[in-house]
Design a binder for this molecule. Structure first.
Ligand SMILES: [Zn+2]
Length: 428
């Protein structure tokens, strides 16, 4: 039975009851109970400028993605079919059994006879899923297919391509880039054409990150109405810093699948961040993703190492500072929460939820407001008002001359022990 207070899981998190208000939930017209994660780190992630994954990296990342629970892995783009075959073989050898998909772009001229061969050879690699992506010209999209390449022609190509790929034995997805620039009725027609041809999943791409959460939610809900029971996937980019919000909005609109990239890697501003979206789904929405949240941090660190792209320190979930507290007020509140046996009282969720720990540091903002006293009490020091002043003076001097701009707990303790030499209690 669903909890009456889903925003509060004792010992783990306390989020906002407003997230569960009927008016708020009522706006999430298609929110599913379960969302499947398709990981795109190996394809989109490698499009990050400067990132190169070799075969070993690809396999090692693939193993970790499988272990954390992704439903599907998008395989890296390869420069040749031989390379794709080699990667696929290595994935099998490494025991990666989760669904593997590959994207195939069918490009103009659509009359060319080579596309069937291209599709067949890709499916013959032994992949589970082929995503068909049609490429439309700027003129066709901007004129709403008002030229020679009419909507009827596009529908016929969609039907022909989907059916051919299905007949080769793979499950098939369908989409095209820049759908947030496609007129809504046209968008629905094309997705419906794919659904009518028996596509297994239809995919919505906001390739330039130009959608708003409200428009993405609307667009997905409209496509859902057009395609009936066919599952929908949402794939967005982060050009306005809204990839997480837009992915979640797409899911609120009814998308059962989402494309995510570890650490939000990707071309330009990147893609939707794996760790942010799955944490939000599980903790803020109560939606099951099948992802082991407590492995998120180790996955993030591994991908950062392999890609050579460090996360910004204040990045949500996986940034170095995400569970680090400096200010005196935060020290006090955190102390009260822990002593009171409700660690979730002063954090959105306890760091262990995502495989992390709380870290207290001592900077300029810790030096006033009672935090020093709390810490000295905790360590069992006896002290006077003058002692506090001495500790503060010495600590500030160290903080201001230190490169990192703060002191760790052991560093601060050493200063306290030095300043209170004659008064250190045995507990310290
Ligand atoms: Zn993309």
């Amino acid at each position: 039975m669903a909890s009456e207070r889903p925003w509060h899981v004792p010992g783990r998190w306390y989020t906002s009851p407003h997230n569960w208000h009927e008016n708020v939930r009522g706006g999430m017209v298609g929110l599913p109970r379960q969302v499947c994660v398709k990981d795109d780190t190996l394809r989109e992630g490698e499009e990050t400028p400067g990132v190169v994954f070799d075969l070993k990296d690809r396999v090692e990342i693939g193993v970790r993605l499988q272990d954390i629970g992704v439903a599907e892995l998008e395989m890296p783009m390869a420069s040749s079919l031989e390379e794709s075959a080699e990667v696929t073989k290595e994935f099998k050898r490494a025991g990666i059994k989760c669904r593997k998909s590959y994207i195939y772009f069918r490009t103009p001229p659509y009359e060319a006879s080579t596309w069937k061969d291209d599709i067949k050879r890709r499916i013959d690699l032994g992949l589970d899923h082929l995503t068909l992506s049609l490429s439309f010209s700027r003129e066709d999209t901007w004129s709403d297919f008002g030229g020679e390449f009419s909507k009827e022609k596009v529908e016929a190509i969609i039907g022909e391509t989907v059916q051919y790929a299905k007949n080769q034995g793979a499950t098939v997805g369908f989409g095209w880039p820049n759908q947030t620039r496609t007129y809504l009725d046209t968008l629905k027609r094309f997705h419906k054409a794919a659904a009518d041809a028996g596509v297994d999943r239809t995919q919505i791409y906001d390739s330039l990150g130009v959608g708003l959460p409200a428009s993405i939610r609307h667009l997905v809900s409209q496509v859902k109405q057009a395609v009936g029971k066919t599952p929908v996937l949402i794939h967005v980019h982060n050009d306005f810093g809204m990839a997480t919000a837009n992915t979640l909005a797409g899911i609120e609109g009814g998308a059962e699948w989402c494309d995510l990239v570890v650490n939000g890697l990707g071309d330009r501003g990147g893609n939707a961040s794996f760790e942010e979206v799955v944490s939000a789904l599980e903790i803020l929405y109560g939606v099951n993703t099948g992802i082991k949240l407590d492995r998120l941090y180790e996955l993030s660190k591994f991908v950062a190492k392999k890609s050579g792209v460090k996360c910004q320190p204040h990045k949500a979930i996986v940034g170095q500072n995400s569970f680090m507290e400096e200010s005196a007020g935060h020290h006090r509140s955190m102390h009260a929460a822990i002593v009171g046996g409700t660690p979730e009282a002063y954090v959105p969720y306890v760091p262990e939820t995502v495989g992390r720990h709380y870290t207290k540091i001592f900077g300029t903002t810790t030096m006033y407001g009672g935090a020093i006293e709390i810490q000295l009490d905790d360590w069992g020091f006896q002290y006077s008002v003058q002692d506090i002043e001495r500790v503060r003076r010495r600590a500030l001097k160290e903080i201001r001359s230190s490169k990192k701009g703060y002191l760790s707990e052991p560093e601060f303790k050493k200063i306290c022990a030095g300043a209170l030499k004659r008064k250190a209690a045995s507990k310290s």
